[in-house]
Each structure stands twice: as structure tokens, then as C-alpha cells.
Design a protein around this ligand. Sequence first.
Ligand code: SF4
Length: 434
Amino acid sequence: MVKKIRFDIAGRLPLGGGAPIVVQTMCNTSTDDIEASVAQCRAMHLAGADMIRLTTQGLKQVDSLGIIKKRLHAEGIMTPLVADIHFLADAAIAAAEVADKVRINPGNFARDHEVAKDKFDRLLDVCRRCGTSVRIGLNHGSLGERITTRYGNTPLAMKEAVMEWLRMCREKNFQNVAVSLKASNTLVMVEAYRLLYKAMSDEFGMIFPLHLGVTEAGNGDQGRIKSAVGIGSLLAEGIGDTIRVSLTENPVNEIPAGRAIVRAIADGYKRGGTRQRVEAQSWNDFIIKASCLWGPSLLDKTIDDFPLEGSTIAGKPVGTADGERFRDMLLQACRRRFTAPEYIACPGCGRTLYDLEATFEEVKRRTARFAGVKIAVMGCVVNGPGEMADADFGYVGEGRGHVTLYKGRTPVERYIPQEEAIDRLVSLIESSLS
Ligand code: SF4
């Protein structure tokens, strides 16, 4: 009998082992901007966030996180806070004294694997002493070279990378750990989680809580549909304990989108569920229910298309034009037919130094004709180039007012003024495709 591990984050939020699905989000404010971060956490709390993550680049941001936590507690907002760490293992160790949970990325925790093991060992000691939980948060785009040379850039590599870290947790008998294996490609994401679930079951006889998400999903309908396909496919199989819908929008919007996916699955909008057609209250309700219902079978290629007849929004049949627009978006999210560019856009966080949301909208408007081309818009140069995975072209923020354009993995126009960057991106795509 496989045991599903359950623990309480901050002693009050149960995670895993059949507990209700935890819906979380992440601030896109600078963590050093205490007022803005407290205000955003407050709005997230009011929207129903179960857990909130904040960018924690270094020791200064660990201090800021501590102040934000105190301010929220003083207002009676006890929502657990997660420190998001990349590149600086010592910041993770310090954050473990302050945050309720620490997210680390195995792909960039430390350059040297032996150093990483030693620092992770110390991190787990501090977490045990302080009652802090951990997330091993691996992303498809940031797999380390040590792993990719052995397994390629594949779901198998993602699974293998995470299993190494889980073995370290087991050696230390540390169980308050959740895991994520995010990708912007829904096929890769779903396959990676399935492989990991089976590996944990076969090797450990236990399942650590899984945090689900489609990373860099974009915004609007596309971001919601992609997320519902990836997250919904797995939740329907009983895989997943906490979710984040990553949107390049106000992060408060991620909460209703996440709740809608959880509700859709509970209401039988899933493969093998009780529903054959969608009865929705609104357009957003429709796209999420319909993506949960038909997405898994499209993704696994057990169907090639799906019926829209009989589905309703607010009691009225889904209009033909809206239905066809949705069909195009769902088939693309399931990687079955590409009728528009494939956008990869990060949700932004405390590292973003430009108006990501408005820029992404403008990039979409100016590049809509490049069907099938993968175009990334990323908030920062620290993680952006790694995280944009297999994009054909990338627009990456380089600090205030400057951008670097990528062709594949290669930076081709460095540190150009932001005002010129979209024009030059469009020219780059045009000249590359001609
Ligand atoms: S790529 Fe985007 S979400 Fe990731 S760290 Fe950079 S700004 Fe934040």
C-alpha cells in the first residue's frame, strides 16, 4: 500500500495525503517594497489564496520577507509565506528561519553537486529546527547539465533530477517536502509528473505532496486553457496536492482560475467523469471546464477533436465563432494543431523591472501572424533565458529600460533600449523566417 505523505505548513495548512487542494500564487512586487508586497499579499488573502510565494534573491530580501510576515500577522493574515530561492543556497538557509516554506530550484541551488548536497543538508537541519517546509521546485528549462548530458532535456531527466533530491530528504528522514516539475509544454509537464509519481511509488512506497503548474503559460484565455489542460489532467488522475496557475497578469487573478480548475474536476469535468457537455456560468468558467473535460484525451491522442453541441454558457448555446476560437486554443494547448504563435511568458516576480503585462500584450498584438512560432517574453535575465526552454525567439528584460533578444538559446541583440525592442523582435522574426 503506497502511503501519501501529509504535513502541515506552518502548523496550520495541511498539504498532501488527501487534504483539500491548496491553491497558491506568487507576488510580482519587489520583496524590498514592503508596502506594495503587504498590499498585494492582503489582496491575495482576500481572494482566497492558501499560500503566497515571494521572490527572495538574497539576504536583504530574507529580512524584507520577515518584515512582511510580521506586518501580515499583525493584521491577522496568517497565510503561509514561501521564500522563492534561485542561485543562492545561503539565502535558502537564512530564509528557512523566517519563511513558512522555502522553494529551491535543484537546477541552480549550487554550481557543484557536492556543494549542493552539503548546503541542502544544512538547509534541512534548519528547516527541521524551525518547522519550515521545503519545495524542490524543478523547471524543465533549468535542468542542470549534469542531468541533461545523461538523460537529455526530457521528462525522464526531470524525474531523475528530483528523485536524487528526494533520496537526500529520505536519508535525513525529512518528510516536510513537496515537489514540482513544471514545464510550459503541457505534454512534457504531464509526463514528468506521471513518471515521478510512479517512481516515488515504486522506490519509496510513498508519495511526497506534488505542486502542479504549467510554467510560463501566458495570460488571458491561453494561460487559463493551458493550465487547465496540464493541471486538470493530473488532478483527474489523483496526482497533485497544491496548484498554481501562473498568469502574466495581476497575480490575484491566479486564485479564481485555480479554484475553477479544482471545482471543475470535483464537478465531474474530467476524462471518465460524469459530464459529456459543459454547462458554464461564464466564458472563463466554460474554457476551464471544457479544457478539463477534453484536454486530457486530446493530450494523450485518444481523441482528435471534441463536440461543442449542447454546451451552454449562462443557459445559452456557445456561439459558433467563440466555439471555434476555443477549439483552436485547446488544440494548440494540447499540442495537436498550431494556428497561432506559441507564447511562453513568465508571470513576473520581484525580479521583473519592466511592465511585463503590457509588453506581453503588445508583443502578442505585433506577432499574431507568426503561427506556430514559439515566442518568449521573460521578466529577467537571471532566470528568463533558462526558463524559456525551447522558444524560437525570446524577449528578455535586462534591467531597467533594456532588453536582450534571443534567437533560440543565443542572445543576438544585447542590451537594446526597451522602446526599440518590439520593433527589432518583429524584424528578427521576419528576417529569420524569410
Ligand atoms: S523569469 Fe520571470 S518569473 Fe522567473 S525569476 Fe525572472 S522575472 Fe521572475
